[in-house]
Ligand binder design. Structure first.
Ligand SMILES: [Zn+2]
Length: 324
């Protein structure tokens, strides 16, 4: 009986040593390539379905081969055929509630209707899954957020910051964004882009009116918008829709936390794909410098590296095998 505590001590010690050995066995050998191979990321998001977006902004973006996200108010959908063309051109439509009301005006059933009801209207109208949401007036109340987190993949809030990939606590249902204002000179936006680039962040733009709008809030002068787009395109920044960049970052963070299990000489990375994730999310990985060489396999297929030694991995596969 007296030996029991001593034995327990050795059992615990043995377990600890095992855990250490296991952890050493399962050291990661891969790193995610940031932002699809670019220095930083940015997403252009436009709110409220302003007709000036259809008439001025989207033709401009199309000419530049840039894709953006348009958050539409489901009970205020005009020119649906034009919005269908916008989807066909590769842009994203997101959920901006049914009626664009202040969060504090809503009771529990209205919160549900504003989020889930709007989601149903938009998905039925456009025949595509809607992955993203933006809070009207950036008011991410707990009641709205509860429904948002059960309905979409990612949501935009209004904190005037950027998302930093090393951040341990990214709130996928209240991602920050910077808001454009009529009186901001181009140099303000240039500063945002420079900051994004130097930190390797994700800069989300919240844009409302643009010059020529009939009713859009804080219209941005066209000249300034074009200067900003020119500047973005002159830099090594990934311009992706809100959901494209959110998916890449979610995949990145999830892969970094993947379980790594040795199996014979293989190592199996496994992870869980979050709810409402788009179906074709991929991300780039490469070997950590100085590590051993190996092959990458997914779904029984060998993945070949590109000329820079980067492998494009499926996030939806939820598993990756490293084989020496
Ligand atoms: Zn709005």
């Amino acid at each position: 009986m007296n030996q029991t505590p001593l034995r327990s001590f050795f059992v615990v010690l043995a377990l600890l040593l095992n855990v250490r050995l296991f952890a050493q066995n399962a050291q990661p050998q891969l790193q995610v390539v940031p932002w699809n191979g670019h220095k930083a990321a940015t997403s252009l998001t436009f709110d409220d379905g302003d007709p000036v977006h259809l008439d001025v902004v989207i033709p401009d973006l199309n000419k530049r081969h840039l894709h953006a996200t348009f958050f539409l108010i489901a009970n205020k959908l005009d020119r649906k055929d034009d919005w269908r063309q916008v989807l066909k051109a590769g842009h994203e439509i997101g959920n901006h509630t049914l009626d664009h009301l202040h969060a504090k005006e809503l009771d529990a059933s209205q919160e549900n209707a504003q989020v889930v009801g709007a989601q149903n209207v938009l998905q039925k109208e456009f025949g595509v899954p809607i992955y993203s949401f933006a809070y009207p007036f950036s008011e991410a109340s707990p009641g709205l957020k509860g429904w948002v987190s059960k309905t979409v993949f990612a949501a935009r809030g209004g904190a005037p910051e950027m998302t930093f990939p090393s951040d341990k606590t990214i709130d996928w249902f209240n991602l920050p964004a910077k808001t454009t204002m009529s009186n901001y000179p181009f140099s303000t936006y240039q500063g945002w882009i420079d900051e994004d680039l130097s930190a390797g962040d994700w800069l989300v733009w919240m844009i409302h009116g643009v010059e020529g709008t009939a009713w859009g809030w804080q219209p941005v002068p066209l000249k300034v918008l074009d200067q900003m787009l020119d500047y973005l395109q002159s830099k090594d920044i990934w311009v992706g829709t809100f959901t494209e960049v959110a998916s890449y970052l979610r995949a990145w963070k999830t892969f970094e936390a993947a379980t790594i299990t040795p199996k014979g000489t293989d190592r199996i990375y496994s992870w869980t794909v979050p709810d409402h994730c788009p179906t074709n999310v991929t991300f780039l990985v490469k070997a950590l410098p100085g590590g051993p060489t190996f092959e990458l396999w997914q779904n029984g297929q060998k993945i070949l590296p590109d000329s820079q030694g980067r492998y494009r991995v499926s996030f939806n596969a939820a598993m990756l095998t490293l084989r020496p």
